[in-house]
Design a protein around this ligand. Structure first.
Ligand SMILES: NC(=O)C1=CN([C@@H]2O[C@H](COP(=O)(O)OP(=O)(O)OC[C@H]3O[C@@H](n4cnc5c(N)ncnc54)[C@H](OP(=O)(O)O)[C@@H]3O)[C@@H](O)[C@H]2O)C=CC1
Ligand SMILES: O=C(O)CCC(=O)C(=O)O
Ligand SMILES: [Mg+2]
Length: 741
């Protein structure tokens, strides 16, 4: 047998990284005898920082740039990558990670907020590449197929998660802009030929500045550009603050400052300044002098107050209190610690935060730690309507019932940095009034906007090949499932209108006979889908990149309680496979609980599901029958894990991630020992299955008994490996059994 390419298993951050410390050795033990190599690649935030600043480090501290290696691999047919969620760092997180690494002896430069010279500028630009969502867009060289496997749906039907009741008198609502935002200002064209463009700003005196040059575009590519008016945004935010106060609801802001790392922090900053208007008006000079930048959240102001003379600090603190008292109540992230929705832009991320609110009766937490109706401020109106429609639906019909509701799989356009999620290098905060134009090599103006100082202008791209691939994937899924399939596209929106032309052009290339395929605007699609969902009927959503992200948290969270239980496949355009584990994030709250009481409530179901598809894919590509059997038996083990409710509990002293992984291991070994297709595997796993079974209660008792005390892993972003291993693999009997393999 010639040596096959390995399966790559990413090491990431926070809860998934902890879970990996326990699960990866299990996977390596189980696959070894079948000639499969599972190769870890560290793409954690800490590793990415170290890789980017190698030249600052001692020889023995240098690490390889694993993300750069994977960026090459994803374009090769042999790619087989299991991708766990990673931190998309906001600036406060990035700074915390740098500080932790510095304290561990890495001579990294500080993050220069306001670079003073060329060297600092270069350091900042190196950090910018690590900031925000810097991993997923690089690896996602394919479109996205996310769905809840049948076993997961069935489990939720038998064991429904809690669903907060909805009242028709709920005051919760979405507030979004009616003019001047990205949605209303969008313009779009499809390129008839390949070209190269530049983006030029011209001020009112006629002075031109190139914002971007030499951007090559392909034939058939859709480009769009739009602008968020600063004036309109501030006016809107001011109205919402007043309205929230009048209605007696919490004020909450829902953005994607991690993924939309250029535009959304700017919008976040405006919201903070509007909310704390008096503080910023009265103390503008002082706050400016100490370099307060609330694009990184209100927490940035709080953390810098210490630099001020006591009298000034006290005065500002008093004014903050006044603004808080006079304004509407703010939604809280952690009311015990006084952390508000406006403190850190990465604490409330729209894809997870809106569904969590909808699942909780449309309420968020107030300063007293009590639930309260909420105004959800989502400034840009491109997608806010889907949440508004969902909230209205819940007010009319009550909460969804997980025991009877249907399911909504998603096929998402994602490849090659499609749409808004690839727009960061073409997003600009406008320096002066004038116009911005997109101009091709022949001097044709393709798109143009009048702009004012402070506006946010951006351009997005969606290439033809990924779009064709996305349409094919949608038809494939519709055929495989025979479920009605809806393209969520708005003919009244410039970009979507171009995309609809392509859907109409390329759909006839496929045999769609007998399939129900529609195109509906996001609001119409929401209503159509929700009605069916309530009736227990399934509907495939086919969406652009942002809605892919939003819908694959919204529906899973309502249907199965968390998007961690999703199967999340990215068939890569050049032939390989990227298997994401779940559709959610890295669950910082889980780490907090783990450190406090040695209980990790992270559910590794997403990892189990992804590994099974990865092994099956490996088996097919490499003609490795053993890999296919490992995949089948792993799926059987996962089904049994669900049937026997061996997922982690949320409570200390009960089964946690480690115990749940023990059961997966036991069931997997038993399934391998009882299959008869491959006797070698059968004999190999029989003694292991027996040993695991006979030691089950001892191992589980031990894993439960050690809980209830704090754990030290020496760090957050770069914890000490040996301490993580000790914490995540604490049971000697279990470890010894695995080492027999
Ligand atoms: N694919 C990726 O790489 C993604 C990365 N992220 C990153 O993750 C971080 C956190 O993002 P956030 O928006 O808070 O979203 P998360 O998905 O991490 O968390 C939201 C909540 O979902 C629940 N949850 C998520 N995963 C699991 C799991 N495996 N088992 C059990 N419960 C789970 C938890 O609920 P509870 O606390 O009630 O248990 C958690 O608090 C950010 O840095 C973000 O950028 C976010 C999305 C995707
Ligand atoms: O990459 C990120 O920052 C988040 C990704 C995400 O939320 C998703 O793909 O669902
Ligand atoms: Mg998401």
């Amino acid at each position: 047998m010639s040596k096959s390419a390995p399966i790559i298993y990413t090491k990431t951050d926070e809860a998934p990284a902890l879970a990996t410390a326990s699960f990866l050795p299990i996977v390596q033990a189980f696959t070894k005898s079948s000639g499969i190599t599972i190769e870890p690649k560290d793409i954690s935030l800490a590793a990415r920082i170290l890789a980017a600043f190698s030249d600052f480090l001692r020889e023995d501290q240098k690490v390889v740039d694993a993300l750069a290696e994977l960026a090459i691999l994803v374009n090769k047919p042999e790619a087989n990558i299991i991708k766990l969620p990673n931190v998309s760092a906001s600036i406060p997180q990035l700074k915390a990670a740098i500080e932790e690494l510095q304290s561990k002896g890495y001579a990294l430069p500080n993050y220069p907020d306001e670079p003073q010279n060329d060297e600092e500028k270069s350091i900042k630009s190196r950090y910018e590449k690590i900031k925000g969502s810097a991993v997923n867009p690089v690896l996602r060289e394919g479109n996205s197929d996310r769905r809840a496997p049948k076993a997961v749906k069935n489990y939720a039907k038998r064991n429904p998660h809690s669903m907060g009741a909805w009242s028709s008198s709920s005051k919760t609502h979405v507030a979004t802009m009616s003019h001047g935002d990205f949605f209303h200002n969008e313009k779009s064209v499809t390129l008839p030929e390949a070209t190269s463009i530049k983006i030029i700003h011209t001020d009112n005196q006629g002075k031109t500045t190139a914002l971007k040059e030499n951007l090559d575009l392909l034939k058939g590519e859709i480009i769009d550009a739009t602008v968020m008016s600063k004036k309109a945004l501030i006016e809107f935010l001011e109205e919402q603050v007043i309205d929230a106060k009048e209605k007696g609801v919490l004020f909450s802001l829902h953005m994607k400052a991690t993924m939309m790392k250029v535009s959304d922090p700017i919008i976040f900053g405006h919201a903070v300044r509007v909310f704390f208007k008096n503080v910023f008006e009265k103390h503008a000079a002082v706050l400016d002098k100490i370099g307060v930048d609330v694009n990184n959240g209100f927490g940035n102001l709080l953390s810098q107050l210490d630099e001020l003379p006591e009298a000034t600090r006290k005065e500002i603190e008093a004014d903050i209190e006044t603004d808080l008292k006079n304004g509407p109540a703010l939604a809280m992230v952690n009311s015990d610690k006084g952390i508000t929705n406006l403190n850190v832009p990465s604490d409330v991320i729209i894809d997870a935060s809106m569904p969590a609110m909808i699942r909780t009766s449309g309420q968020m937490w107030n300063a007293d730690g009590k639930q309260q109706d909420t105004k959800a401020v989502i400034p840009d109106s491109s997608y806010a309507g889907i949440y508004e429609a969902t909230i209205n639906f819940c007010k009319e019909n009550g909460a969804f019932d997980p025991t009877t509701m249907g399911t909504v799989p998603n096929v998402g356009l994602m490849a090659q940095k499609a749409e808004e999620y690839g727009s960061h290098d073409k997003t600009f905060e406008i320096k002066s009034d004038g116009k911005v134009q997109v101009i091709d090599t022949n001097g044709n103006v393709l798109l143009e906007h009048n702009v004012e100082q402070g506006d946010i202008w951006r351009m997005c791209q969606a290439k033809d090949a990924p779009i064709q691939n996305w349409i094919k994937l949608a038809v494939d899924r519709a055929k495989a499932t025979q479920i009605p399939t809806v393209f969520w596209l708005d003919k009244n929106r410039a970009h979507d209108a171009e995309l609809i032309k392509k859907v109409n052009q390329y759909l006839p290339n496929h045999d769609t006979s007998g399939l129900e395929i529609k195109i509906l605007s996001p609001e119409e699609a929401t209503l159509y889908t929700l009605k069916r969902l309530k009736n227990g009927e399934d509907t495939i959503s086919v969406s652009g990149n942002v809605l892919r992200d939003y819908l694959t948290d919204l529906f899973p969270i309502l249907e199965v309680g968390t998007s961690a239980k999703m199967l999340s496949i990215v068939p890569l355009m050049n032939g390989g496979g990227l298997f994401e584990t779940g559709a959610g994030g890295s669950a910082p709250k889980h780490v907090q609980q783990f450190l406090e009481e040695n209980h990790l409530r992270w559910d590794s179901l997403g990892e189990f599901l992804a590994l099974a598809v990865s092994l099956d894919y490996y088996g097919n590509v490499n003609n490795n029958e053993k890999a296919k059997i490992l995949a089948e038996t792993l799926d059987d083990a996962t089904d049994k894990l669900l049937e026997t409710s061996k997922n982690p509990s949320r409570k200390v002293g009960e089964l946690d991630n480690r115990g749940s992984q023990f059961y997966l291991t036991l069931y997997w070994a038993e399934a391998l020992a009882s299959q008869t297709k491959d006797t070698e595997l059968q004999h190999h796993f029989k003694p292991v299955a027996e040993d695991l079974k006979s030691n089950e209660s001892e191992i589980i008792n031990h894993l439960n008994e050690i809980q209830g005390v704090p754990v030290n892993i020496d760090g957050y972003y770069a914890p000490k490996e040996s301490l993580i291993t000790e914490a995540m693999r604490p049971d000697k009997i279990f470890n010894d059994i695995l080492s027999q393999l």
